[in-house]
Write a protein that binds this ligand. Structure first.
Ligand code: IPE
Ligand code: IPE
Ligand code: MG
Length: 255
């Protein structure tokens, strides 16, 4: 497991090792063009393809994309089923390409709510790409940060029932291995497109020390240049993790 940002200072590099994105603005992109929202979602899939490729070329090791939140079920039924269909079609169409590009795909979220066909497809793509190591692509689907923390708590207590009577033994190190992305380092950079400046129940635990970048671009317009602008901004940040600037200037001794 990678160390937690609250327990140790994470390794840092010019390019984020883990990038997490809230792909927002598909609907508004379409509405501004007098198109149905579905057209925006279809364009959104093309943007995913572009960004996966661009991240691979830039040596990003983990890319996590928020595709469907635990609250998105509140949308009109037709939009929810369109998104499910699009998810199925995209997985079917892209599995070969993911293979070719060395991308390992995982899905995090409560997939038990999905129809059996989608669940099987997810399992198939995860298995087929499991040996790939170039880029770890994670799609968060029916994901909610609060759900994640609660499911981790349940898993932890199932694995170690004695903790229920030794509450002081419950700490980060005990809980973290049960979080749904325990195999990944915490995100270095978070990007949200579409102009909203909120986290919308994405990786709320894991974003503790992530740099947060917001852009007005709608997701269907987000491209490699926009990604490079976000990376340039990221490079300009001083990541202190609770320390002072002076300590950073002193170098590793300040740690
Ligand atoms: C993001 O775009 C895609 C999903 C949430 C599935 P939206 O559909 O939220 O687009 P806006 O925010 O309505 O423009
Ligand atoms: C967040 O976008 C979820 C995804 C991009 C999948 P939303 O459009 O659902 O977020 P809110 O409702 O504006 O916060
Ligand atoms: Mg939205």
């Amino acid at each position: 497991m990678f160390p937690s940002s609250t327990q140790a200072i994470p390794e840092q590099s010019a390019v984020p090792r883990h990038l997490a994105i809230i792909m927002d603005g598909n609907g508004r992109w379409a509405t501004e063009r007098f198109l149905p929202r579905s057209a925006g979602h279809a364009r959104g899939v093309q943007a995913v393809r572009r960004i996966v490729e661009a991240c691979g070329r830039r040596n990003v090791r983990y890319l996590t994309l928020f595709a469907f939140s635990s609250e998105n079920w509140r949308r009109p039924r037709e939009e929810v089923s369109l998104l499910m269909r699009l998810f199925i079609q995209t997985l079917e169409k892209e599995v070969d390409k993911l293979e070719e590009q060395g991308v390992r795909l995982r899905v995090v979220g409560d997939v038990s709510a999905f129809e059996p066909r989608l669940r099987q497809l997810i399992e198939m793509v995860e298995t087929r790409t499991a040996h790939n190591t170039l880029l770890n692509l994670t799609v968060a689907a029916n994901y909610g940060g609060r759900w994640d923390i609660l499911q981790a708590m349940r898993h932890m207590l199932r694995a170690e029932p004695e903790l229920a009577t030794h509450l002081n033994d419950i700490d980060e190190a005990r809980l973290a291995p049960h979080l749904s992305m325990a195999w990944a380092p915490e995100p270095d950079l978070f990007i949200r497109t579409g102009g909203e400046q909120r986290v919308s129940n994405f990786l709320i635990w894991q974003l503790a020390y992530t740099e947060l970048y917001f852009t007005d671009s709608y997701w269907p317009d987000f491209d490699a240049n926009a990604l490079d602008r976000a990376f340039a901004w990221y490079r300009s940040r001083e990541r202190r993790f609770g320390r002072t600037s002076e300590q950073l200037a002193d170098g590793p001794a300040g740690r």
